[in-house]
Design a protein around this ligand. Structure first.
Ligand code: NDP
Ligand code: BG6
Length: 498
């Protein structure tokens, strides 16, 4: 395994939600598992007035709720917390960045280490440009300041609001950092089951030969959530599910299930293949947008015996909002492998179940031996890759039922992560933060795959603005989404794998 070099991680927006729910739990788990070198420091940078002690206490409290290592041992935490510091700062004030630069320099000197710095942007996106300007103005990425050290920047989603804003943000970042220093987080890529898609496809002789339009009828990619928008309405209402899930997580899943094998399983080769794949997604005309995309918004309903509010009634959501909480689409990939195979994508909130999966449905046999003796409608073979929960893979096929009578019923052959490996996969953030620290960009979006995904998504958003306002709400919380999403797939003689 690659070794972590002595370094300093600066977390902008360290007082916030993501830092406490994901980043610190991941850092603490990595530390407790012995991954950190002695000289690894974490510096919180935010406006909230705190000293190191109060900051450490907020981390301790949140670890006890959010960390897989909970309950947290106080002595262990005390050793960890000696690596954690806090600077009460202002995002738009150059003096805060000079102070940060001084702090980094003093730690580097004290511990005789290079200025290896990881800048983690965990603020709302509206603050990103201020932070990058601050880093630039204080010359923290200059060779003169860094010396032998390295700088890396980690950016949370949403990366821009549409194609143009993503391009602008990207341009700004690349004026201060080099592409090989930029880590655009898509936490789905840190999930073990998502990484396993490549192992499944390219490490097994039995699957790759049938992974194409000769054998595959269609593919469904679903990210269904039963939760609503919670306390993130302010962000979500500006984004909608199309920006929140489709532009990033769903496009990454689509890429991994459909790419060609890369020459090497490394960052550049893998991301080159993703770019090729995304470039082959057929652009949608306005007519296609009308016929091949669906958007929805949840009404009141019942989830797990509990009555829940409609999206419009959620705290922080304007009552006249037209933001979609559900989207489905049918895409085609115009290349030799996938010509003619529809990819159906859907994602939504407040649905009946919580599951993320890729379902690969195979073509029916050209000829059915058993139809001659009255056994019709043998179910299509399928492979279901469950990303979450119950991470695993199921292969569905037909088997003879026991007894004298010849009958065929669908059965499952199941691989389950927990029972096969006897352990639960680590949290995606642990893997991704580890990769940032060791400098491996394989599981991060590159500027070009990110921008191509935005091109497609922006064309849909623009198309929707021309096709008229939808009548929302149009699906009940606790259902499987709007009726139109069923029609999208049913009209092709297929149905969702619910
Ligand atoms: P928060 O809203 O909690 O913001 C983080 C911190 O940024 C706050 O504690 C606050 O710190 C500062 N901040 C908040 N609003 C402003 C503002 N308007 N101007 C300046 N500073 C502000 O965000 P999250 O932690 O939820 O998210 C951080 C980033 O991660 C975002 O880009 C988000 O989209 C992304 N993300 C979040 C996820 C989540 O589950 N929370 C999931 C995936 C991505 P202070 O006032 O102390 O400076
Ligand atoms: C985030 C979205 O990126 O992913 C959330 O902003 C969504 O809206 C979440 O709930 C889903 O992630 P996971 O890991 O729970 O599938």
């Amino acid at each position: 395994m690659a070794e972590m070099k002595p370094s300093i991680m600066v977390i902008f927006g360290a007082s916030g939600d993501l830092a406490h729910i994901k980043i610190f739990p991941a850092l603490y788990s990595l530390w407790e598992d012995g991954f950190f070198p002695d000289n690894f420091f974490i510096v919180g940078f935010a406006r909230t007035k705190m000293d190191d002690g109060i900051f450490r206490k907020t981390i301790f409290d949140s670890l006890n709720v959010n960390c897989r290592k909970k309950p947290i041992d106080e002595d262990e935490f005390s050793s960890f917390s000696k690596h954690v510091f806090y600077l009460t700062s202002k995002y738009d004030d150059d003096s805060s960045y000079h102070e940060l630069g001084g702090f980094i320099a003093s730690k580097a000197k004290e511990y005789n280490m290079p200025k290896n710095v990881l800048y983690y942007l965990s603020t709302p996106p509206s603050v990103y440009i201020n932070v990058i300007n601050g880093i630039e103005n204080a010359k923290l990425t200059s060779d003169e300041y860094k010396g032998e050290g390295f700088s890396r920047i980690v950016i949370e989603k949403p990366f821009g609001y549409d194609y143009e804003s993503a391009k602008k943000l990207n341009g700004k970042i690349l004026s201060v950092f080099k592409e090989e220093e930029v880590y655009r987080i898509d936490h789905y890529l840190g999930k073990e089951t998502v990484q396993n898609i490549l192992a499944f496809r390219f490490a097994n002789a039995i699957f790759e030969p049938i992974w194409n339009n000769k054998f595959i009828d269609h593919i469904q990619i679903s990210a269904l959530e039963s939760i609503g928008v919670g306390f993130r309405a302010g962000y979500f209402d500006k984004a909608g599910i199309i920006r929140d899930m489709m532009q990033n997580h769903m496009m990454q899943l689509l890429s991994l299930v459909a790419i060609e094998p890369p020459p090497l399983p490394d960052a550049d080769d893998l991301r080159n293949e993703k770019v090729k794949l995304l470039k082959s997604v057929r652009p949608l005309s306005l007519n296609d947008i009308k016929n091949y995309t669906v958007r929805g918004q949840y009404d009141r309903g019942i989830i797990g015996n509990k009555q829940v509010l409609s999206y419009k009634e959620e705290e922080g959501v304007p009552p006249d909002t037209l933001t979609e909480t559900y989207a489905a689409m049918k895409l085609f990939i115009d290349n030799y492998r996938w010509a003619g195979v529809p990819f159906y994508l859907r994602s939504g909130k407040r649905l009946k179940i919580h599951k993320t999966e890729i379902a690969i449905f195979f073509k029916k046999l050209p000829y059915s031996l058993f139809a001659k003796i009255g056994i019709e409608n043998i179910k299509q073979n399928s492979i279901i890759i469950t990303i979450q929960p119950n991470e695993g893979i199921a292969i569905n096929f037909g088997a003879k039922t026991p007894g004298f009578k010849l009958d065929i019923e669908p059965v499952n052959m199941v691989f389950n992560y927990k029972s096969s490996f006897k352990l639960s996969p680590p949290d995606a953030y642990e893997r991704l933060i580890y990769d940032v620290i060791v400098g491996d960009q394989t599981l991060f979006a590159r500027y070009d795959d990110m921008l191509i995904a935005w091109q497609l998504i922006t064309s849909i958003i623009n198309g929707w603005s021309k096709t008229g306002n939808p009548i929302f709400p149009d699906y009940e919380a606790g259902s499987f989404g709007p009726k139109e999403a069923d029609s999208l797939i049913n009209s092709d003689g297929r149905s969702w794998n619910n």
